[in-house]
Design a protein around this ligand. Sequence first.
Ligand code: ADP
Ligand code: MG
Length: 277
Amino acid sequence: MSRPKTRMIALYGKGGIGKSTVSSNLSAVFAKQGLKVLHVGCDPKHDSTLTLLEGAPVKTVIQKITGQIRSAEDIVMPGVLGMSCIECGGPEPGVGCGGRGVSRMFEVLDDLQLIEQGDFDIAVFDVLGDVVCGGFAAPLRQGRAELVYIVVSESVMALFAANNIARAMKRFASNGIALGGLIVNQVDETTPLEGMRKFAQALGTRIIGVIPRDPMVRRAEVLKRPVVELAPDSEVAQVFRDLAQAVLGDSAAAHDVPTPFDEAGFDAFIERTFGGE
Ligand code: ADP
Ligand code: MG
């Protein structure tokens, strides 16, 4: 009997918005549920797996020269709860291209047939979305991620990055890639979600989860453990479990092509929606 295809999801968003926090906790919840998980950090910062490796040193794909990668073990690091982890890495500051690590990683995945032979139930890609260049857009290409979730907060720059990601997704829509929703990572709980709902609606999508600000997240980061493991009874851990459930129940076919703003339209929307008292 052939096993179902690996489900591929990608989380995009501006740097520092909380992609790694959300994606690593989602991966931990999936693994805890018994799924076989591949977690891939696609950010030159190479810290997506910080809380998943139990403090083991990170080896990145970009650190390896071509001939050195002969098998999956050369790039895959064993993580908590039996998951497999990859960090693309990036160039030294001042040289090379940031997205090159991501393009290189997909070449290696294809060469090694890692997804096809890895027996994974789900692959989670944590992707920097400030610049949607060829490298960072690689997960949106044919046969890669099927569902994308964009992590946002109520800051204009985060929404600007989200709109750009949606523009790239519109371009790649014929690849079958779908925008599954926005994940709001709240910087400030006192800000009403109304503006975010309007933003989601304008993009032709929805809000699939709202993550509260919780000091436990930073504590987990310092102790290098997923929050869902360190504090399973916390409110934020329950939010991650609910989000994981929503993602597992999602399907690319359920979504229409996103309808992002052009630049002038984005500015006008921000002013109209957030410019009041
Ligand atoms: P990204 O991967 O998008 O660059 P991170 O997930 O590394 O962002 O988050 C950036 C910082 O914000 C980290 O120090 C993280 O611990 C903190 N952080 C993210 N989300 C929350 C939250 N919901 N509550 C508290 N701290 C958070
Ligand atoms: Mg990150």
